[in-house]
Design a protein around this ligand. Structure first.
Ligand code: NAP
Length: 416
Protein backbone atom coordinates (compact mmCIF):
# COMPACT_ATOMS: atom_id res chain seq x y z
CA UNK A 1 0.00 0.00 0.00
CA UNK A 2 1.27 3.49 -0.84
CA UNK A 3 1.89 5.78 2.15
CA UNK A 4 0.20 9.22 1.88
CA UNK A 5 2.54 11.77 0.28
CA UNK A 6 2.97 14.94 2.33
CA UNK A 7 3.72 17.89 0.09
CA UNK A 8 4.48 21.22 1.63
CA UNK A 9 2.98 24.26 -0.04
CA UNK A 10 4.40 27.71 0.48
CA UNK A 11 2.75 31.04 -0.05
CA UNK A 12 5.96 32.62 -1.21
CA UNK A 13 6.51 36.26 -0.44
CA UNK A 14 8.01 38.20 -3.36
CA UNK A 15 8.86 41.82 -4.17
CA UNK A 16 7.86 43.24 -7.55
CA UNK A 17 11.09 44.55 -9.15
CA UNK A 18 9.12 46.69 -11.58
CA UNK A 19 7.42 48.67 -8.85
CA UNK A 20 10.02 48.57 -6.06
CA UNK A 21 11.87 51.86 -5.65
CA UNK A 22 14.67 50.30 -3.55
CA UNK A 23 14.03 52.55 -0.57
CA UNK A 24 15.14 49.88 1.93
CA UNK A 25 12.07 50.32 4.13
CA UNK A 26 11.16 46.62 3.97
CA UNK A 27 14.64 45.45 4.87
CA UNK A 28 14.70 47.82 7.83
CA UNK A 29 11.23 46.85 8.96
CA UNK A 30 11.55 43.09 8.75
CA UNK A 31 11.83 41.89 12.36
CA UNK A 32 13.56 38.63 11.38
CA UNK A 33 15.93 39.84 8.63
CA UNK A 34 14.23 37.88 5.86
CA UNK A 35 14.78 40.60 3.26
CA UNK A 36 18.06 41.43 1.57
CA UNK A 37 19.23 43.25 -1.53
CA UNK A 38 22.03 43.63 -4.05
CA UNK A 39 22.56 46.39 -6.61
CA UNK A 40 19.57 45.23 -8.63
CA UNK A 41 16.72 43.88 -6.51
CA UNK A 42 15.24 43.52 -3.06
CA UNK A 43 14.39 39.86 -2.36
CA UNK A 44 12.76 37.75 0.34
CA UNK A 45 14.42 34.61 1.72
CA UNK A 46 11.79 31.90 1.35
CA UNK A 47 13.14 29.81 4.19
CA UNK A 48 13.24 32.74 6.64
CA UNK A 49 10.08 34.79 5.92
CA UNK A 50 7.26 33.85 8.28
CA UNK A 51 4.65 36.07 6.65
CA UNK A 52 4.32 38.34 9.67
CA UNK A 53 3.34 41.21 7.33
CA UNK A 54 5.28 43.82 9.30
CA UNK A 55 6.93 45.02 6.07
CA UNK A 56 3.74 45.44 4.06
CA UNK A 57 2.12 48.67 5.31
CA UNK A 58 5.34 50.72 5.48
CA UNK A 59 6.24 49.92 1.82
CA UNK A 60 5.49 53.17 -0.03
CA UNK A 61 4.69 51.50 -3.37
CA UNK A 62 3.01 48.20 -2.50
CA UNK A 63 5.78 46.33 -4.39
CA UNK A 64 6.27 44.24 -1.26
CA UNK A 65 2.74 42.83 -1.27
CA UNK A 66 3.14 39.95 -3.74
CA UNK A 67 2.56 36.29 -3.04
CA UNK A 68 2.74 33.13 -5.14
CA UNK A 69 1.58 29.74 -4.04
CA UNK A 70 4.29 27.20 -4.87
CA UNK A 71 5.48 23.80 -3.75
CA UNK A 72 7.98 24.52 -1.01
CA UNK A 73 10.59 22.51 -2.84
CA UNK A 74 10.10 24.75 -5.91
CA UNK A 75 10.32 28.08 -4.10
CA UNK A 76 12.35 30.67 -5.98
CA UNK A 77 15.75 31.15 -4.39
CA UNK A 78 17.13 34.60 -3.63
CA UNK A 79 19.67 34.13 -6.42
CA UNK A 80 16.84 33.60 -8.90
CA UNK A 81 14.97 36.62 -7.55
CA UNK A 82 18.06 38.80 -8.04
CA UNK A 83 17.93 38.13 -11.80
CA UNK A 84 14.29 39.20 -12.25
CA UNK A 85 13.13 42.26 -14.14
CA UNK A 86 9.47 41.23 -13.73
CA UNK A 87 7.66 38.98 -11.30
CA UNK A 88 6.76 35.50 -12.51
CA UNK A 89 3.07 34.78 -12.99
CA UNK A 90 1.27 32.50 -10.58
CA UNK A 91 1.67 29.06 -12.18
CA UNK A 92 -0.79 26.22 -11.85
CA UNK A 93 0.32 23.79 -9.22
CA UNK A 94 -0.82 20.20 -9.67
CA UNK A 95 -0.97 18.50 -6.31
CA UNK A 96 -1.33 14.73 -6.06
CA UNK A 97 -4.70 13.72 -4.63
CA UNK A 98 -2.87 12.18 -1.70
CA UNK A 99 -1.03 15.35 -0.80
CA UNK A 100 -1.17 16.38 2.84
CA UNK A 101 -2.57 19.66 4.10
CA UNK A 102 -0.99 22.90 3.00
CA UNK A 103 1.70 23.91 5.42
CA UNK A 104 2.84 27.18 3.92
CA UNK A 105 4.82 29.62 5.97
CA UNK A 106 2.25 32.31 5.35
CA UNK A 107 -0.28 32.87 8.05
CA UNK A 108 -1.67 36.33 7.48
CA UNK A 109 -1.17 37.10 3.80
CA UNK A 110 -3.18 39.77 2.11
CA UNK A 111 -3.26 38.18 -1.32
CA UNK A 112 -1.94 41.28 -2.92
CA UNK A 113 -4.90 43.41 -2.01
CA UNK A 114 -2.65 45.79 -0.14
CA UNK A 115 -4.55 45.36 3.10
CA UNK A 116 -2.56 43.92 5.95
CA UNK A 117 -4.37 41.61 8.31
CA UNK A 118 -3.43 40.78 11.86
CA UNK A 119 -0.27 42.86 11.93
CA UNK A 120 1.44 42.86 15.27
CA UNK A 121 1.87 46.60 15.80
CA UNK A 122 4.63 45.95 18.33
CA UNK A 123 7.05 44.91 15.59
CA UNK A 124 7.18 48.35 13.99
CA UNK A 125 8.16 51.62 15.62
CA UNK A 126 5.79 53.95 13.81
CA UNK A 127 2.18 53.83 12.66
CA UNK A 128 1.24 51.60 9.74
CA UNK A 129 -2.07 53.38 9.25
CA UNK A 130 -2.72 56.98 8.22
CA UNK A 131 -4.53 59.52 10.43
CA UNK A 132 -8.27 58.80 10.40
CA UNK A 133 -9.03 62.07 8.65
CA UNK A 134 -6.26 61.91 6.03
CA UNK A 135 -7.37 62.35 2.43
CA UNK A 136 -7.22 59.25 0.27
CA UNK A 137 -3.89 59.12 -1.57
CA UNK A 138 -3.29 57.96 -5.11
CA UNK A 139 -0.27 55.64 -5.46
CA UNK A 140 1.64 54.08 -8.38
CA UNK A 141 -0.14 56.04 -11.10
CA UNK A 142 3.16 55.94 -12.98
CA UNK A 143 5.68 53.09 -12.74
CA UNK A 144 9.13 52.17 -14.05
CA UNK A 145 7.41 50.74 -17.10
CA UNK A 146 5.20 53.78 -17.78
CA UNK A 147 6.80 56.85 -16.25
CA UNK A 148 5.41 60.30 -16.87
CA UNK A 149 7.30 63.46 -17.73
CA UNK A 150 7.62 66.71 -15.84
CA UNK A 151 9.28 69.96 -16.82
CA UNK A 152 11.66 71.77 -14.51
CA UNK A 153 10.24 75.21 -13.82
CA UNK A 154 12.59 76.15 -10.99
CA UNK A 155 15.85 74.99 -9.44
CA UNK A 156 17.68 77.04 -6.86
CA UNK A 157 20.10 76.50 -4.04
CA UNK A 158 18.64 76.76 -0.55
CA UNK A 159 21.84 76.69 1.47
CA UNK A 160 24.45 79.44 1.57
CA UNK A 161 27.12 79.32 -1.14
CA UNK A 162 30.36 78.14 0.37
CA UNK A 163 28.75 75.69 2.80
CA UNK A 164 29.33 72.00 2.32
CA UNK A 165 25.60 71.21 2.06
CA UNK A 166 24.39 71.96 -1.46
CA UNK A 167 20.63 71.61 -1.05
CA UNK A 168 18.27 72.53 -3.88
CA UNK A 169 14.61 73.41 -4.15
CA UNK A 170 13.41 71.97 -7.45
CA UNK A 171 9.97 72.62 -8.93
CA UNK A 172 8.55 70.14 -11.45
CA UNK A 173 5.49 70.91 -13.52
CA UNK A 174 3.24 68.20 -14.93
CA UNK A 175 1.31 70.48 -17.29
CA UNK A 176 -2.04 68.94 -18.09
CA UNK A 177 -1.10 65.40 -16.96
CA UNK A 178 -2.80 64.22 -13.78
CA UNK A 179 -0.36 63.88 -10.88
CA UNK A 180 -2.36 64.16 -7.65
CA UNK A 181 -0.28 64.21 -4.48
CA UNK A 182 -0.72 64.66 -0.75
CA UNK A 183 1.69 66.13 1.76
CA UNK A 184 3.96 63.34 3.08
CA UNK A 185 3.92 61.40 -0.18
CA UNK A 186 6.98 60.96 -2.36
CA UNK A 187 7.76 60.58 -6.04
CA UNK A 188 10.45 58.63 -7.88
CA UNK A 189 12.85 60.21 -10.35
CA UNK A 190 14.41 58.05 -13.06
CA UNK A 191 17.89 59.39 -13.75
CA UNK A 192 19.10 58.89 -17.34
CA UNK A 193 21.78 56.34 -18.15
CA UNK A 194 22.54 52.95 -16.75
CA UNK A 195 24.29 51.35 -13.82
CA UNK A 196 27.58 49.41 -14.03
CA UNK A 197 25.69 46.22 -14.92
CA UNK A 198 24.15 47.88 -17.99
CA UNK A 199 20.64 48.03 -16.55
CA UNK A 200 18.78 51.34 -16.50
CA UNK A 201 19.12 53.17 -13.20
CA UNK A 202 16.25 52.45 -10.88
CA UNK A 203 14.22 55.31 -9.48
CA UNK A 204 15.31 57.41 -6.51
CA UNK A 205 12.66 58.48 -4.07
CA UNK A 206 12.13 62.08 -2.88
CA UNK A 207 9.53 63.45 -0.51
CA UNK A 208 7.29 66.14 -1.91
CA UNK A 209 7.97 69.52 -0.34
CA UNK A 210 4.85 71.26 -1.63
CA UNK A 211 1.18 70.99 -0.63
CA UNK A 212 -1.48 69.10 -2.53
CA UNK A 213 -2.66 72.16 -4.42
CA UNK A 214 0.78 72.81 -5.86
CA UNK A 215 3.99 74.64 -5.10
CA UNK A 216 2.12 77.51 -6.62
CA UNK A 217 -1.55 77.20 -5.62
CA UNK A 218 -3.69 75.99 -8.44
CA UNK A 219 -0.78 74.77 -10.57
CA UNK A 220 -0.12 71.12 -11.37
CA UNK A 221 3.39 71.16 -9.92
CA UNK A 222 5.41 69.74 -7.03
CA UNK A 223 8.64 70.74 -5.36
CA UNK A 224 11.46 68.60 -4.00
CA UNK A 225 14.26 69.24 -1.52
CA UNK A 226 17.41 67.55 -2.82
CA UNK A 227 20.88 67.45 -1.31
CA UNK A 228 23.77 66.90 -3.68
CA UNK A 229 25.46 63.68 -2.57
CA UNK A 230 29.24 63.96 -2.77
CA UNK A 231 30.25 61.25 -0.30
CA UNK A 232 29.29 57.67 0.39
CA UNK A 233 28.20 56.60 3.86
CA UNK A 234 31.83 56.01 4.85
CA UNK A 235 32.76 59.58 3.97
CA UNK A 236 34.69 58.67 0.80
CA UNK A 237 34.22 60.85 -2.29
CA UNK A 238 31.26 59.57 -4.34
CA UNK A 239 28.89 61.26 -6.72
CA UNK A 240 25.19 60.50 -6.13
CA UNK A 241 23.65 59.54 -9.48
CA UNK A 242 20.25 61.11 -9.09
CA UNK A 243 20.96 63.95 -6.67
CA UNK A 244 23.66 65.39 -8.96
CA UNK A 245 21.40 64.94 -11.98
CA UNK A 246 18.60 66.82 -10.21
CA UNK A 247 20.74 69.57 -8.71
CA UNK A 248 22.21 70.30 -12.17
CA UNK A 249 18.87 70.50 -13.99
CA UNK A 250 18.03 73.71 -15.82
CA UNK A 251 14.67 75.35 -16.34
CA UNK A 252 12.92 73.66 -19.26
CA UNK A 253 14.64 70.29 -18.79
CA UNK A 254 12.31 67.29 -18.81
CA UNK A 255 12.54 64.48 -16.23
CA UNK A 256 10.98 61.03 -16.01
CA UNK A 257 8.85 60.64 -12.90
CA UNK A 258 7.09 57.70 -11.25
CA UNK A 259 4.70 57.55 -8.33
CA UNK A 260 3.20 59.02 -6.28
CA UNK A 261 4.07 56.76 -3.33
CA UNK A 262 3.08 56.52 0.31
CA UNK A 263 -0.25 55.89 1.99
CA UNK A 264 0.44 56.30 5.72
CA UNK A 265 2.79 59.26 6.32
CA UNK A 266 -0.08 61.65 5.63
CA UNK A 267 -1.44 64.62 7.51
CA UNK A 268 -4.78 64.74 9.31
CA UNK A 269 -7.45 66.81 7.63
CA UNK A 270 -9.50 67.78 10.66
CA UNK A 271 -8.73 71.45 11.22
CA UNK A 272 -8.22 71.27 15.01
CA UNK A 273 -5.57 68.51 14.84
CA UNK A 274 -2.08 69.43 16.06
CA UNK A 275 1.16 68.64 14.20
CA UNK A 276 4.36 67.89 16.11
CA UNK A 277 7.04 67.80 13.40
CA UNK A 278 10.63 66.70 13.99
CA UNK A 279 13.17 66.69 11.16
CA UNK A 280 16.78 67.01 10.12
CA UNK A 281 18.22 68.42 6.89
CA UNK A 282 16.29 67.44 3.77
CA UNK A 283 13.88 65.50 5.97
CA UNK A 284 12.21 68.90 6.21
CA UNK A 285 10.54 68.34 2.82
CA UNK A 286 7.28 66.79 4.11
CA UNK A 287 7.20 69.23 7.03
CA UNK A 288 7.35 72.13 4.59
CA UNK A 289 4.49 70.59 2.60
CA UNK A 290 2.32 70.11 5.68
CA UNK A 291 3.15 73.53 7.10
CA UNK A 292 2.36 75.27 3.84
CA UNK A 293 -0.91 73.37 3.48
CA UNK A 294 -1.88 74.40 7.01
CA UNK A 295 -0.80 77.97 6.31
CA UNK A 296 -3.12 78.08 3.31
CA UNK A 297 -5.90 76.37 5.26
CA UNK A 298 -5.43 78.60 8.28
CA UNK A 299 -6.86 81.34 6.20
CA UNK A 300 -9.92 79.11 5.96
CA UNK A 301 -10.17 78.42 9.70
CA UNK A 302 -7.73 75.61 10.68
CA UNK A 303 -7.05 76.03 14.40
CA UNK A 304 -4.69 73.14 15.36
CA UNK A 305 -1.22 73.91 16.74
CA UNK A 306 1.99 73.39 14.81
CA UNK A 307 5.24 72.70 16.65
CA UNK A 308 8.45 72.11 14.69
CA UNK A 309 11.87 70.84 15.75
CA UNK A 310 14.36 71.19 12.91
CA UNK A 311 18.03 70.19 13.03
CA UNK A 312 20.85 71.20 10.70
CA UNK A 313 24.60 71.61 10.91
CA UNK A 314 24.48 75.42 10.89
CA UNK A 315 21.98 78.17 10.19
CA UNK A 316 23.53 78.58 6.72
CA UNK A 317 22.89 74.89 5.97
CA UNK A 318 19.28 74.80 7.12
CA UNK A 319 17.03 74.58 4.07
CA UNK A 320 14.22 77.16 4.00
CA UNK A 321 15.74 79.11 6.91
CA UNK A 322 14.51 82.50 5.70
CA UNK A 323 10.89 81.63 4.85
CA UNK A 324 10.58 79.46 7.94
CA UNK A 325 11.71 82.08 10.39
CA UNK A 326 9.36 84.61 8.78
CA UNK A 327 6.27 82.54 9.62
CA UNK A 328 4.14 84.11 12.39
CA UNK A 329 4.91 82.80 15.89
CA UNK A 330 1.22 82.29 16.61
CA UNK A 331 1.02 80.00 13.57
CA UNK A 332 4.03 77.72 14.15
CA UNK A 333 6.25 77.19 17.18
CA UNK A 334 9.65 76.69 15.51
CA UNK A 335 12.66 75.30 17.37
CA UNK A 336 15.98 75.04 15.54
CA UNK A 337 18.91 72.89 16.65
CA UNK A 338 22.36 73.46 15.15
CA UNK A 339 25.06 70.85 15.58
CA UNK A 340 28.12 72.53 14.11
CA UNK A 341 27.93 76.24 14.90
CA UNK A 342 31.51 77.31 15.66
CA UNK A 343 31.95 78.10 19.32
CA UNK A 344 28.63 76.55 20.35
CA UNK A 345 27.90 73.15 21.80
CA UNK A 346 26.46 70.46 19.52
CA UNK A 347 22.69 70.53 19.70
CA UNK A 348 20.32 67.96 18.16
CA UNK A 349 16.54 68.07 17.74
CA UNK A 350 16.10 65.76 20.72
CA UNK A 351 17.97 68.27 22.91
CA UNK A 352 15.67 71.04 21.74
CA UNK A 353 12.65 68.82 22.49
CA UNK A 354 13.86 68.27 26.07
CA UNK A 355 14.24 72.02 26.50
CA UNK A 356 10.58 72.39 25.50
CA UNK A 357 9.43 69.35 27.48
CA UNK A 358 6.42 71.05 29.11
CA UNK A 359 4.94 72.04 25.75
CA UNK A 360 5.79 68.73 24.09
CA UNK A 361 4.11 66.91 26.99
CA UNK A 362 1.01 69.04 26.56
CA UNK A 363 0.82 67.95 22.93
CA UNK A 364 1.46 64.29 23.86
CA UNK A 365 -1.45 64.48 26.27
CA UNK A 366 -3.80 65.70 23.55
CA UNK A 367 -5.58 63.06 21.44
CA UNK A 368 -5.57 65.48 18.53
CA UNK A 369 -1.78 65.43 18.19
CA UNK A 370 -0.06 63.78 15.21
CA UNK A 371 3.72 63.29 15.28
CA UNK A 372 5.99 63.20 12.21
CA UNK A 373 9.70 62.35 12.25
CA UNK A 374 11.73 62.61 9.05
CA UNK A 375 15.43 62.72 8.28
CA UNK A 376 18.53 60.82 9.26
CA UNK A 377 18.11 57.23 10.43
CA UNK A 378 20.28 58.00 13.44
CA UNK A 379 17.80 60.52 14.83
CA UNK A 380 15.06 57.94 15.30
CA UNK A 381 16.42 56.42 18.50
CA UNK A 382 17.23 59.80 20.00
CA UNK A 383 13.83 61.27 19.19
CA UNK A 384 11.90 58.27 20.50
CA UNK A 385 14.01 58.32 23.66
CA UNK A 386 13.29 62.00 24.23
CA UNK A 387 9.55 61.45 23.67
CA UNK A 388 9.70 58.63 26.24
CA UNK A 389 11.62 60.74 28.77
CA UNK A 390 9.25 63.69 28.35
CA UNK A 391 6.19 61.44 28.66
CA UNK A 392 7.55 59.65 31.73
CA UNK A 393 8.50 62.93 33.44
CA UNK A 394 4.99 64.25 32.93
CA UNK A 395 3.04 61.28 34.24
CA UNK A 396 2.28 59.72 30.87
CA UNK A 397 3.08 56.03 30.56
CA UNK A 398 5.15 56.00 27.36
CA UNK A 399 4.81 52.38 26.31
CA UNK A 400 1.02 52.48 26.45
CA UNK A 401 0.95 55.88 24.76
CA UNK A 402 3.40 54.73 22.06
CA UNK A 403 1.21 51.75 21.17
CA UNK A 404 -1.85 53.99 21.03
CA UNK A 405 -0.11 56.58 18.86
CA UNK A 406 0.81 53.81 16.42
CA UNK A 407 -2.64 52.23 16.42
CA UNK A 408 -4.31 55.57 15.82
CA UNK A 409 -1.97 56.63 12.99
CA UNK A 410 -0.51 59.41 15.13
CA UNK A 411 3.23 58.64 15.07
CA UNK A 412 4.91 58.54 11.67
CA UNK A 413 8.59 57.86 11.07
CA UNK A 414 10.40 58.27 7.76
CA UNK A 415 14.14 58.06 8.17
CA UNK A 416 16.91 56.99 5.83
P1 NAP B 1 22.67 66.26 7.62
O1 NAP B 1 22.97 67.61 7.12
O2 NAP B 1 23.70 65.20 7.51
O3 NAP B 1 22.23 66.30 9.13
C1 NAP B 1 21.23 67.16 9.58
C2 NAP B 1 21.42 67.34 11.07
O4 NAP B 1 21.11 66.13 11.77
C3 NAP B 1 22.85 67.70 11.43
O5 NAP B 1 22.79 68.74 12.35
C4 NAP B 1 23.36 66.42 12.04
O6 NAP B 1 24.38 66.63 13.00
C5 NAP B 1 22.13 65.94 12.73
N1 NAP B 1 22.23 64.57 13.23
C6 NAP B 1 23.18 63.63 12.95
N2 NAP B 1 22.97 62.53 13.67
C7 NAP B 1 21.88 62.76 14.43
C8 NAP B 1 21.18 62.01 15.42
N3 NAP B 1 21.56 60.77 15.74
N4 NAP B 1 20.11 62.57 16.01
C9 NAP B 1 19.72 63.82 15.69
N5 NAP B 1 20.35 64.58 14.79
C10 NAP B 1 21.42 64.07 14.16
O7 NAP B 1 21.32 65.80 6.98
P2 NAP B 1 21.00 65.54 5.48
O8 NAP B 1 22.24 65.20 4.74
O9 NAP B 1 20.18 66.66 4.96
O10 NAP B 1 20.16 64.22 5.58
C11 NAP B 1 18.80 64.17 5.85
C12 NAP B 1 18.28 62.77 5.75
O11 NAP B 1 16.91 62.87 5.45
C13 NAP B 1 18.92 61.93 4.66
O12 NAP B 1 19.26 60.69 5.21
C14 NAP B 1 17.80 61.81 3.64
O13 NAP B 1 17.86 60.59 2.93
C15 NAP B 1 16.60 61.87 4.52
N6 NAP B 1 15.36 62.21 3.87
C16 NAP B 1 15.33 63.05 2.80
C17 NAP B 1 14.12 63.32 2.19
C18 NAP B 1 14.05 64.18 0.96
O14 NAP B 1 12.97 64.36 0.45
N7 NAP B 1 15.09 64.70 0.44
C19 NAP B 1 12.96 62.78 2.71
C20 NAP B 1 13.04 61.96 3.80
C21 NAP B 1 14.25 61.70 4.38
P3 NAP B 1 25.95 66.29 12.80
O15 NAP B 1 26.62 67.60 12.87
O16 NAP B 1 26.30 65.40 13.94
O17 NAP B 1 26.12 65.63 11.46
Amino acid sequence: MNAPVSIEVLKQHLIDPEICIRCNTCEETCPIDAIQHDDTNYVVMPDVCNGCMACVPPCPTGAIDNWRTVLKADAWSVDEQYTWDVLPEQGTMALPATAGPATGAMTGGSDGDGEAQGIEVDTVRGAVVPPWSAARPYVNLYTHRNPTKATVVGNYRLTDEGTESDIHHIVLDFGSLPFPVLEGQSIGILPPGSAADGRAHHARQYSIASPRDGERPGYNNVSLTVKRVTQDYRGNAASGVCSNYLCDLKKGDVVNVIGPFGSTFLMPNHPDSHLLMICTGTGSAPMRAMTEYRRRRRLKGATGKLMLFFGARTKAELPYFGPLTNLPKDFIDTNLAFSRTPGERKRYVQDAMRERAVDVAQLLRDDGTYIYVCGLKGMEDGVLQSLKDIADQHGLEWNALWQRLKREGRLHLETY
